[in-house]
Design a protein around this ligand. Structure first.
Ligand code: AMP
Ligand code: MG
Length: 402
């Protein structure tokens, strides 16, 4: 049995180096950029009008300028002669020979001439070529996370592809002869399978569409066939249930037969003590104990950071912060405790409270959870003292889905 920190270190050590690939800009959402992106052009790309108004060469004395026509956004850049003015729309190229734009609402027009009663400064209301970015300037650095803003920036530079670090191909297998599909009738002794949908959803929220999600009876032959297939087709296999040492716990011996090397089995923690981690070639295998709260905790504590490390995230773990506890919490003498918890804030002060239903077969209180409270062994926390909370990657501090 190893400790939580050792388990984390072993997983981190066994993640293969991130691989780059080119994908369409939209498909890069939520991924990590694998190259420095330099602007292939100056932005703005040409001098253009910041306003709807009139453009002309600013005269140095009161003048009347003949209005020649209209320049619209999308029109090619034109030429203008001294003594004339053109109507110009926002985004239209400022013509050669012009040096200023007068806002429409400030213009005095008399019989299609623009009356300027006093000299105007040059350069008014012009968005100059390259004022935001000069060509070749670094805009986005390797390691940046692709957000909708990133996608907008890249699109604005004319890029429709981006180099990112690959997402892993992930397979999900739950085992247990007691498991029934949600939507089906429950016969005697059966329970609904909550884990496969929960983990499937957690992956989807990370932008990962699993290769497959499969529910199997505790039947060694079939389990072997499906894990064998998953090992060939995946970078990461998530197995749930059947990882302890009971008569129907086939997952570890079968994985071993299929050539998976055990890196660890059992971590001194609650829930999720019999967690199993192994590797075949570059394919990682997580075996999560089947109790749903153990699956949830182990997913966010171990699988989530493993996937994010694979994807090149510099900070793969859940966000973390310290909060004062609302009630004293007793530590376990040996195990790290992961408690379903909720951070509540009022008047700028936050406290963390543990939720009901902490047993590993219970998940209903997770509906209210926005964090996992971490209590290392022997470190009881007195009321009002601070404890570490791992922040769930959804929702806000007041518990509403974001
Ligand atoms: P196991 O890890 O297979 O020993 O299962 C531990 C407990 O979790 C048992 O009570 C199982 O019935 C339950 N369990 C296993 N898999 C699931 C699942 N997919 N959904 C809900 N409960 C499960
Ligand atoms: Mg089982």
């Amino acid at each position: 049995m190893i400790r939580y920190e050792e388990a984390q270190a072993l997983i981190a050590k066994n993640i293969p180096p991130s691989q780059k690939e080119s994908v369409t800009v939209l498909a890069a959402l939520g991924c990590v950029i694998a190259e420095d992106i330099k602007s292939p052009l100056a932005l703005p790309f040409f001098d253009n009008s910041a306003m709807d108004g009139f453009t002309f060469r600013a005269p140095n004395r009161p003048s009347r300028l003949v209005i020649r026509g209209t320049l619209k956004a999308g029109d090619p850049r034109s030429h203008i002669k001294p003594g004339e003015a053109w109507r110009i729309m926002t985004g239209a190229p400022v013509p050669y020979g012009a040096d200023t734009v007068l806002a429409q609402e400030k213009a005095e027009i008399i019989q299609e001439t623009l009356v300027l009663r006093e000299p105007l400064p040059q350069g008014m209301n012009i968005r100059y070529k390259g004022e935001e970015l000069r060509k070749g300037k670094k805009v986005i650095s390797e390691g940046a996370i692709v957000t909708p803003a990133t996608i907008g920036i890249m699109a604005g530079l004319g890029k429709n592809e981006a180099q990112i670090y690959k997402k892993p191909r992930v397979s999900v297998i739950v085992t247990g002869s007691e498991l029934a599909a949600p939507g089906s009738d429950l016969s005697s002794g059966k329970i609904y399978d909550s884990n496969s949908a929960m983990v499937h959803a957690a992956l989807m929220q990370m932008g990962i569409r699993p290769v497959f999600v499969k529910r199997l009876d505790d039947q060694p032959k079939k389990i072997k066939q499906v894990i064998g297939y998953a090992l060939r087709e995946s970078d990461l296999v998530i197995l749930m249930g059947g990882v302890s040492s009971g008569d129907t716990d086939h997952v570890r011996p079968i994985s071993k037969e299929l050539g998976v090397e055990t890196i660890f089995w059992k971590v001194s923690q609650k829930p999720g003590k019999p967690i199993y981690f192994g590797k075949k070639g570059n394919t990682l295998v997580f075996g999560l104990p089947g109790n749903p709260a153990a699956v949830f905790t182990c997913f966010y504590e171990y699988v989530y950071p493993a996937i994010r490390r694979f994807m090149g995230f510099r900070e793969p773990h859940l966000g973390a912060n310290f909060f004062p506890v609302r009630e004293s919490i007793k530590a376990d003498p040996e195990k790290t405790l992961f408690l379903k918890a909720r951070i509540e804030s009022s008047d700028g002060r936050s406290v963390v409270m543990t939720l009901g239903g902490q047993s590993s077969h219970m998940i209903s209180s997770l509906q209210e959870a926005n964090g996992i409270l971490v209590i290392p062994s022997k470190r009881s926390v007195e009321q009002g003292r601070e404890a570490l909370v791992h922040l769930l990657p959804y929702g806000t501090e007041d518990g509403h889905a974001g």
